[in-house]
Write a protein that binds this ligand. Structure first.
Ligand code: AOS
Ligand code: ZN
Ligand code: ZN
Ligand code: ZN
Length: 426
């Protein structure tokens, strides 16, 4: 199923009367303050967030999984789902694959399908946290960190295969997230586990093409509950530095202990030019992988504020590779992703509205109250009309979620794919 401009235009007609006055009211107000609306709209149109292949089906917990009707059953289905989200929002122009969940059969056909929908292949993800059928050795006690060199070699070779698949598709980066760690004190020699991991990552890094980036993701706990080899941004940064210039830290918002100041981590890494990848989600307790902005929208704004500052001031840092890393158990996964994309855009635009000069001046004057006011003024602006306008100008949907429902897109997917589907991979 494919959406075209005609279908979307017809839907947009229903909302245009409400949109226009709301947009002009906001645009006038901001322009009077000296905000360059055109530039902000362009930035919104440029922002593209990759969708991970595993977010397109309903996820689950260790207690069970409730499948969602009409889920994608193949890589082709997953790409066309991302195509739908991208047509509605003009913000999801990339997909991030997980190997071996998404090994492409006919590479040429897959590439053509993606290109026809305006979808690029973002970072490829390796998987050494699950054993695959017929493996000679097991990852039970870790992969790149394992005390057994044969297991480490197996995990390294897997990463090289993932790079090969990515090369064929046109990906330019590899994301490594390791489940490696220990469940009980004494299980690991911490130094040996870290050293093995570093050696293995260096091997993988050296095997990447010259124009590729390596993203090293950290996470404090889970699936291991006593120690995790790459537990925090410091460890990730250390490993990235040990690998080389094209190795970077990847921040996943859910990978922090409660109340960690993530925006400060963003600032620190960008100052060093080492923030390469970014996984959006939200959480209350741990790696909950909930809809972006659903629990802590002000934190999301403060994080974007540092991202915007870094993009404007740290030319040594590449523009991070944006991805949503969420996985929902009970909602329609496509609706969940539409909500996440909107939340990302809202926080981004609010951060773009921060009066940077005023803030720097207030900071110099040690005016704590004014500094806080400047941030909160931006955060409390309802920027949705601006985002709608950006979508309208890109021939996308003024109201993606309402349009998705009005067109009964889930119903059509169920008709095509059937009611009792289980997304491939997970
Ligand atoms: C795991 O917790 C990490 O967030 C990974 O980035 C990702 O979710 C995983 O590779 C998919 O299973
Ligand atoms: Zn992640
Ligand atoms: Zn995670
Ligand atoms: Zn997560």
């Amino acid at each position: 199923m494919k959406l075209n401009a005609e279908i979307l235009n017809e839907q947009n007609r229903r909302f245009i009367k409400t949109h226009e006055p709301e947009y002009h009211f906001l645009a006038d107000k901001l322009e009077k303050r000296g905000v360059d609306i055109k530039q902000i709209i362009e930035k919104v149109q440029e922002l593209q967030v990759a969708i991970p292949s595993w977010a397109l089906g309903a996820g689950g917990t260790r207690f069970g999984r409730f499948s969602y009707q009409g889920e994608p059953a193949s890589l082709e289905d997953k790409i066309s789902d991302v195509g739908l989200i991208h047509a509605l929002t003009n913000t999801a122009g990339a997909i991030s694959l997980h190997i071996p969940w998404d090994v492409p059969g006919d590479v040429k056909a897959i590439k053509e399908l993606a290109a026809s929908l305006g979808i690029e292949f973002d970072a490829v993800n390796s998987n050494t946290f699950q054993d695959q059928p017929n493996m000679k050795k097991s990852y039970r006690f870790g992969s790149l960190c394992n005390t057994d060199s044969a297991v480490r070699e197996l995990a390294i070779q897997h990463n090289l295969e993932v790079i090969d698949i990515g090369k064929k598709l046109g990906s330019k980066s590899l994301t490594v997230w390791l489940a490696d760690g220990s469940n009980f004190p004494g299980q690991h020699n911490f130094q040996e586990a870290l050293q093995n991991t570093q050696d293995s990552l260096q091997h993988i890094y050296k095997s990447m093409p010259d124009d590729w980036k390596l993203f090293v993701e950290y996470k404090p706990y889970e699936p291991n509950f006593y120690s995790t080899v790459i537990q925090d941004w410091g460890t990730s940064l250390m490993l990235a530095e040990a690998c080389g210039d094209r190795a970077y830290t990847l921040i996943d918002l859910g990978h922090h202990l409660p109340n960690t100041n993530i925006e400060q981590i963003v600032a620190t890494l960008m100052m060093k030019g080492k923030l390469g990848g970014f996984h959006f989600n939200d959480s209350k307790y741990g790696d909950d992988d909930l809809t972006v902005g659903s629990v802590k929208p002000y934190s999301l704004f403060l994080i974007w504020n540092e991202l915007v500052y870094g993009m404007e001031n740290n030319s040594n840092n590449p523009i991070p590779a944006w991805m949503i890393d969420a996985s929902h158990n009970i909602k329609d996964p496509l609706e969940d992703l539409l909500q996440s994309l909107e939340a990302i855009q809202i926080a981004y635009v609010q951060a773009l509205l921060v009066d940077q000069n005023g803030l720097r001046e207030a900071q110099r004057q040690q005016d704590v109250t004014l500094s806080q006011e400047i941030l909160q003024d931006a955060f409390r602006t309802d920027v949705r009309p601006l985002i709608r306008e950006a979508r309208l100008l890109s021939n996308a949907a003024l109201e993606p979620l309402l349009t998705y429902r009005a067109l009964n897109l889930r119903g059509q997917l169920i008709k095509e794919r059937g009611s009792y589907t289980v997304a491939s991979g997970l």
